[in-house]
Ligand binder design. Sequence first.
Ligand code: 4AD
Ligand code: MG
Length: 499
Amino acid sequence: MPFTYIEDLAQHEGETITLKGWLYNKRSSKNIHFIIVRDGTGLCQCVVHQDEVDEASWDVAEEIAQEGALAVTGTVKKDERQVGGYELQATGVELISASEDYPITPKEHGVEFLMDRRHLWLRSRRQWAAMRLRNRIIMAIHEFYQSRGFIQMDAPVLTGNAVEGTTTLFDIDYFGEPAFLTQSGQLYAEAMAMAHGKVYTFGPTFRAEKSKTRRHLTEFWMIEPEMAFYDLEMNMDLAEDFIVDVVQTVLDECEEELEVLERDLEPLQRVQKPFPRISYSDAVELLRSDETAEMMDAREASLHEEEEALKQERKDNQKEYGQAKKWRKRQIDAREIEINQRLNEIEEELRNLPQWKESARTFEWGNDFGGSDETILTWHFDRPIIVHRYPAAVKAFYMKRDPEDDKLALGMDVLAPEGYGEIVGGGQRADDLGFLKDQIEKHDLPEEAFEWYLDLRRFGTVPHSGFGLGLERTVAWLGGLEHVRETIPFPRLLGRLSP
Ligand code: 4AD
Ligand code: MG
């Protein structure tokens, strides 16, 4: 039977069509059921009057429960007040298959409960919006590079050498030979850049990270452009153009998704060129400055203030609850969930702040930034920032040194605002054979495994640069999602391999 998607209802006003989907929600009164159907493209309220459908249809409408599959036939009516702006006046309802005791109900569930049911949780409205946002971002990334003449390439997932240090490798047995899941496609992208000039990889990468944070997955997707004849400055220019472009596309085209996710748009609208660029050394000074200490005190004070106000609001609501009308009770219940969520966030931040402050104040030149240092640095600015020229000792073996100061590597990271931290890491590559050989030895890496890579420096080596953008961190940031686990269909985390 032909059917229509909810997103296309506007083209069918006044016509009789059939929707196929799942029961999202149902309200009923004596002779009428208001059935909200979701079909993957949107939500639509279907009004089922007992007098307007046959008995079998009425029975289906009576009995169907959350996530039961159904087909509803009816007339499309414009109704601005309803979700999606259209309503279906049902003339027939057909059961496709039943669903009983669906485990994810509109009430609140804990994260582990939901993660165990990720295969079903994906149907929820917020998860739906997050996956659509991810899809649009993926397309925007391809559009950006394709329109600039970059060649997309697929780097191997099975590899014989480390890229980003040896501590986060997943080992595998490759027919008796040791091998690894790739940490980054960069080295292969470098080879392809010498063949094509400008390339990018877009593929899965793996890190055996023993960190349980909101920013870490063990399997994530990375976009890695690599360009021959680009120096560090050109690399930073590209990263900036790239991020501004993707953010703009999301603002232009993901209105509904951002609304469902309740994303505050204002910080995204501020993502404009130029991004402040500061050297690592200046960033360290900024972290240790009085200005930072004062900013953190001010933040602490404003969090306390917000906490008080929320607690007061909760108290007032509780007082009102007993005498409140039903609709108002529902409103108070919903607000209670919001208030508690925000209070938890505030509490956590207040717990962390003293430690963050201390680690910023006493930060030593030469260390790598921790998540909190990145967050604090971005508080000083109104948009993403680029930190460049890190101590070579904390960066990977392939980084070119700063000709002005041999202790520094020509690396750069883009830090996203609002606590999302590093979304891009990259830099200019070492292009000198002798230096690179030396680095491979100093990093205790097996030279045989890198012979092919060294060839790139033997045959027409040129200055070149590139970077990697983490897709999930980007989706989390643009969607305003708390944790990267909600940015990928089936997240792989420390302690989670299923579903
Ligand atoms: O900074 P990273 O480790 O850089 C590289 O892998 C380079 N080889 C990239 C290059 O120059 N071509 O990782 C790049 C980005 C990070 O900025 C972050 O966004 C993301 O990849 N990332 C992770 N995302 C989620 N979970 C993890 N465990 C991640 N590790 C890195
Ligand atoms: Mg990095």
